[in-house]
Design a protein. Sequence first.
Lengths: 261, 261
Amino acid sequence: MTQPLVTVEDAALTLGGQTVLENVSLTLAPGRITTLIGPNGAGKSTLARLVLGLARPDRGRVTRRPGLTLGYMPQHLRVDESLPLTVDRFLWLAAPGRTRARRDALQRTGVAHLRRRAVRQLSGGEMQRVLLARALLRKPDLLVLDEPAQGVDVAGQDALYGLLGQVRDETGCGILLISHDLHLVMARTDQVVCLHHHVCCSGTPEAVSRDPAYQRLFGTAGMTNLALYTHHHDHDHDLSGDVHGNEHDHGAHHHGGHSHD
Amino acid sequence: MIELLAPALLAGLAVALVAGPMGAFVVWRRMAFFGDTMANSALLGAALALALQINLYLAVIAACLVVAVALVGLQRQRQIADDTLLGIVAHITLALGIIALSLQDSVQVDLFAYLFGDLLAVSWRDVLILWAGAATILALLAWRWRSLLSITVNEDLARVEGVAVPATRLLLMLLLALLITGAIRTVGVLLITSLLVMPAAGARRLARTPEQMACFASLIGLVAVTLGLTLSWHADTPVGPSIVVAAAVLFGLTLLRKPSS
């Protein structure tokens, strides 16, 4: 078997007296999309920070493959208004190569037209795509995305996950996705890890969705969503939401209400 | 006239040139109060240098760095808010510095010169040292520009992308300490913050990229020093405050322009 990119073994972390993670183990392999799901405050972002080396566990171990290149798309990024910064300059911080490479990365995520725009003027969805372009620019071995679908509409999410699958197929990189949302994600992933301070269950999306621990955490709404999203797509959306191919009314799908607090 | 003014002008220009990009970082990172506190500790360093008969510049750099590192450590605690902490430390170091200077009975110390600068008293040797210092700071800034900018935009992303964040932060403080040391003889410790903040704040309204902002800030500083010295020469006003007033007027003029984003 190929060497894993990152291995987390029995990690535990306490922040401000609260146990955020306990006995968490996780293996991220090249070419595999792993999705971390769990309710808000379940420790998903913290686990991602352990994987990225931004935090250290109190107990347990995190091992990264030597020479691993990481790409990271944080949940939020706010640039201080005192700092004038264009999208192009923002990408340059990650990789000081040719303008061409930055333009291509932006093209890839569907926001080439924003290259000369000030970062502070971007909408939430535009910022997400710029952040993804910055992560891709580094040609990462492991791409870590914290809630990438935030502020993106359903069609855009579909395109986003399609793009991630494409990137994985082309480069063979590993991907770690964080989501508290079960839409689309489940159907597009190789491995699901259900986290609530500890790993409740993990495995293929089908196996996890049948797991009692998963059903306790998300109720049956999650299952319904999964069922709806295993359908085949007969058309494509690009990232700006335009539909290509067959006419297909997306409103026909019912994205059943679900809540998880 | 020119023999008297030339060293003063050249010394002031050296400080203003470096204060441009350094001031930009102070504004971006919201370190104005932090810089102020470091400047006050410079006075304590100067007093120690006189008492222990050691090199003034070395003692001032050391005092600035010790206080800066201590502050970063103290900011980790959560009982006292950052600005309260800075307010306390800034005034403790200022009071201790003034007391220490007043205790020197062997030498006549012109406290006023340290607080508000005495540009007209600089020698050609000082000019040489100041320009050597300015060249060093600018070279280090250029060498580590991308890392410095990267941790300013977002420390998490910078770290994931392989920037040595603590070392880069320390470098920024070292450069600030160097600048304050140079400024202690020219504009004085009480006025250095204004020479850092005002040109940079004015430049913000004219710039579209971080590099532009740093250059415009230098330019505003250079003009402010020239105007301030001219004012001081003709109206017999104190040099340091005259430079600050000139910088304030220039800042005011930039407010007339519609901000570019």
